[in-house]
Design a protein around this ligand. Structure first.
Ligand code: FAD
Ligand code: NAI
Length: 465
């Protein structure tokens, strides 16, 4: 008989935590999950993936009607924005999905402990005044917005906001400045540009989207500029003053030089996210974080403290919901005495702009550092479905090992790149060569044929180019 209240206590009910709790319960472990928010689902369901996609999807329709894309196909419409209704469908999507997790907790008999958890010792946690003991504790506390010194966010005023504020703007700003040309800046910048804002993106580095393949980064910049976004690359923000409903930013070249000012009705700060570990009482269990504030783990997700494991945004690796979910499943399987597997080399990343931008595996730059490679690019312009759908922008790039032909990375810019990248991830998971992809029958006419053609190109034999 165990002396603990629970076999497993998970702290945090985001994609890492709620999935870990459900899988642990499915494996017969007595499980509780502590969550401080009013609703389950974490950043992803409440203020991240889901509400941003609700706004991206709706604004994409508006843009297609407003910018002539629908007219091109013989549909003449003059769209009228009902922003309140657009927000209502976002709130509805979030409500439905967060309630869905509550239902899954009940169905799987996971006890939701409401409140923010603090360690008392490695097997005891306090939540909402209750002391709970567990044989294994899983930290899945996620991440929150990295602040930018000198630029104070106040989501209640909608002048200087972070991603949460930018999801909820009550009216379309005339001029919006986005600080940070990463995933959030480009997704939420796209939403408000489509709805009518003049958007300027200020990025410290000389290209957008750090971490992605350089060809993709350059192509993305061309596409966003063509869509009307102003890009100020190699530029840093040194200060911000707010007067009433206007913000004035001071900018400087990243390498130093003459300062300039930029006025905006709304400033979005999107320069990254940091792990949530404050207030957890890690000092009580003698657990330290690394220089980036992350909790270090081994391949079984064990921290340096016996009985305490961690997953998701608060541990090293990309801050992505699907990475957190897969780690959630794997950690529960380890705890249940099984082998939990996450292949951290094959985690796809998707930017849900128009067109979408997606990649999996190594960039060309990283692959070259490892040895000789072969690459091939196939333009979406030459893909019959994309061309017919009036979606000519983008390409697919396949990177393979020069000697073994094994696929090392796949990168796409295409309207449905986020859906296309799944087949590349699956192929890589099975150790596919570019020849394997080239000789796999792909349905016609689909955007995915561009992946097949790019793979054929690695062998020097694309058909439609
Ligand atoms: P989180 O989702 O952050 O959940 C952690 C939870 O723990 C939170 O609910 C928090 O309240 C709770 N918590 C923290 N401390 C305590 C405590 N002491 N006690 C109890 N509870 C606590 N990723 C994608 O893959 N695709 C996307 O499209 C995407 N879009 C995004 C859009 C935006 C605007 C943002 C901000 C993020 C987006 N992400 C996306 C990233 C994604 O949301 C995160 O990678 C994911 O949510 C991480 O999951 P997690 O479980 O580790 O943490
Ligand atoms: P990010 O790391 O993607 O981008 C931040 C950008 O800000 C970088 O380009 C960086 O160079 C730049 N930057 C940093 N400091 C700066 C400064 N002082 N001035 C100007 N630019 C500066 O971070 P972002 O966009 O905030 O997103 C956070 C996390 O959320 C990401 O890690 C991402 O994985 C996740 N996310 C994922 C999404 C998806 O999967 N579609 C969508 C949104 C977020």
């Amino acid at each position: 008989m165990s002396n603990f209240d629970y076999d497993v206590l998970v702290i945090g009910a985001g994609p890492g935590g709620y999935v870990a709790a459900i899988r642990a319960a499915q494996l017969g472990l007595k499980t509780a999950c502590a969550e401080g928010r009013e609703t389950l689902g974490g950043t992803c369901l409440n203020v991240g993936c889901i509400p941003s996609k609700a706004m991206l999807h709706a604004s994409e329709y508006f843009d297609a009607a407003a910018n002539g894309a629908m007219a091109e196909m013989g549909i003449d419409v003059t769209p009228k924005l009902n922003l309140d209704k657009m927000h209502a469908q976002r709130i509805d999507a979030v409500g439905g999905l967060t309630k869905g997790i509550e239902f899954l907790f009940k169905k799987n008999k996971v006890d939701w402990k409401k409140g923010y958890a603090t360690f008392i010792d490695a097997h005891t946690v306090e939540v909402g005044g209750e002391k709970i003991t567990a044989k294994e504790v899983v930290i899945a506390t996620g991440s929150s917005v990295t602040p930018l010194p000198g630029v104070e966010v106040d989501n209640s005023k909608f002048v200087v906001v972070d991603s949460t504020g930018a999801l909820e703007l009550p009216k379309v700003p005339k001029k919006m400045v986005v600080i940070g040309g990463g995933v959030i800046g480009l997704e939420l910048g796209s939403v408000w540009r489509r709805l009518g804002a003049e958007v300027t993106v200020v990025e410290f580095l000389d290209q957008l989207l750090p971490g992605m393949d350089m060809d993709i980064r350059k192509e993305a910049a061309k596409i966003f500029k063509k869509q009307g976004m102003e890009l100020k690359l190699s530029t840093k923000v040194t200060g911000c003053t707010v007067k009433g409903k206007k913000a004035t930013l001071t900018l400087e070249p990243a390498a130093g030089g003459a300062a300039e000012t930029l006025e905006a009705d709304c400033v979005l700060v999107a320069i990254g996210r940091k792990p949530n570990t404050d207030g957890l009482g890690l000092d009580k269990i003698g657990l330290e974080v690394n220089q980036r504030g992350q909790i270090e783990i081994d391949h079984e997700f064990r921290t340096a403290v016996d009985g305490v494991r961690a997953v998701g945004d608060c541990v090293p690796g990309p801050m992505l919901a699907h990475k957190a979910e897969d780690e959630g499943i794997a950690v529960a399987e380890w705890i249940a005495g099984q082998t939990g597997i996450v292949n951290h080399d094959v985690i796809p990343g998707v930017v849900y702009t128009w067109p979408e931008i997606a990649g999996v595996g190594l960039t060309e730059e990283a692959a070259k550092e490892r040895g000789d490679i072969k690459t091939s690019k196939f333009p979406m312009m030459a893909n019959s479905r994309a061309k017919t759908n009036h979606e000519p922008d983008g390409f697919v790039k396949v990177i393979a090992d020069a000697e073994t032909d094994r696929v090392l990375g796949v990168w796409c810019i295409a309207s449905v790149a986020g859906t296309m990248i799944a087949q590349a991830a699956q192929a890589m998971e099975f150790g596919a060569t570019s020849e394997d992809i080239a000789y796999t029958c792909h349905a016609h006419p689909t955007h995915s044929e561009a992946i097949k053609e790019a793979a054929m190109g690695v062998l020097g034999k694309p058909i439609h180019m």
